[in-house]
Design a protein around this ligand. Structure first.
Ligand SMILES: NC(=O)c1ccc[n+]([C@@H]2O[C@H](COP(=O)([O-])OP(=O)(O)OC[C@H]3O[C@@H](n4cnc5c(N)ncnc54)[C@H](OP(=O)(O)O)[C@@H]3O)[C@@H](O)[C@H]2O)c1
Length: 230
């Protein structure tokens, strides 16, 4: 039986590159995207790299997450790896004293609650794994230690995702499921814009936390395999 890995936001950018890396490692890789056609396009494009299957998942929608969990339960009965990658709203145009709170709510809904909804829906399946890994794709912009006034919605949502990482890791520590937050670095994607590093490098930073041995760290914040400050 092959190990099963789920990636959110696999339609493009770092999520698609992570899906490719998982397929190359031999995982049955579930490439999810909010538009079914985008998930199917990713699966078709990555077919040459391994077993990649398309599933719809809008991380804002609890019913979508429940439907995914049911489909994976029927097809596999377990999930070994969850990469919470979907993310939005790098709000360089805002400052905290005047931020549009609808945009703040949107960022929290995808970047924090989206990861939370997905992991809650998949938790029964992850608990059946013998080597569970949950990787929350975070950002240095969520580091309280270096936080400035820029990107308030995004930064607060990623700081909250980091807090969730610590809490979940503490709860799951007896189960052997490793839960970590990872910053992919500045990556040249639609979100990162031109000038960042190649998408494969960002994906490698994320995949490091998938590849951890069973006695590897949990509840940490990493970039390129090195701890970074909360
Ligand atoms: N790029 C960077 O420099 C950088 C730096 C630090 C952290 N990160 C983090 O890395 C992750 C990936 O970023 P990226 O640079 O690859 O961004 P991207 O190219 O903008 O891709 C974002 C992905 O998230 C998906 N997504 C957005 N809302 C969604 C929803 N409601 N449900 C499901 N999927 C949704 C998008 O799907 P659609 O195609 O359907 O829109 C897309 O696949 C994010 O969490 C981001 O915060 C990126």
């Amino acid at each position: 039986m092959s190990a099963v890995a789920v990636v959110t936001g696999a339609s493009r950018g770092i999520g698609r590159a992570v899906a490719r890396g998982l397929a190359e490692r031999g995982y049955t890789t579930i490439a999810t995207a909010r538009r079914p056609s985008a998930a199917e396009a990713t699966a078709a494009e990555l077919a040459q790299h391994g077993d990649v299957r398309a599933e719809q998942l809008d991380v804002r929608d609890a019913r979508s997450a429940a439907r995914l969990a049911n489909a994976l339960d029927a097809a596999h009965g377990y999930v070994d790896v969850l990469v919470n990658n979907a993310g939005i709203l790098y709000d360089t145009w805002q400052r905290p004293s005047s931020a549009d709170l609808d945009q703040v709510a949107e960022a929290l809904d995808v970047n924090l609650l989206g990861a939370w909804r997905t992991l809650e829906a998949l938790m029964p399946l992850l608990r059946r794994s013998t080597r569970g890994r949950i990787v929350n794709v975070s950002s240095g912009a969520g580091s309280l230690a270096g936080m400035g006034s820029g990107t308030p919605a995004y930064g607060v949502s990623k700081a909250a995702l980091n807090a969730l990482t610590i809490k979940l890791a503490a709860e799951l520590s007896p189960t052997g499921i490793l839960v970590n937050a990872v910053c992919p670095g500045w990556v040249a994607t639609d979100m990162g814009g031109p000038g960042g590093r190649p998408v494969e490098d960002g994906a490698a930073s994320v995949l490091w936390a998938v590849d951890l041995p069973d006695d590897g760290p949990t509840g940490g914040f990493f970039r390129d395999g090195r701890r970074i400050p909360w």
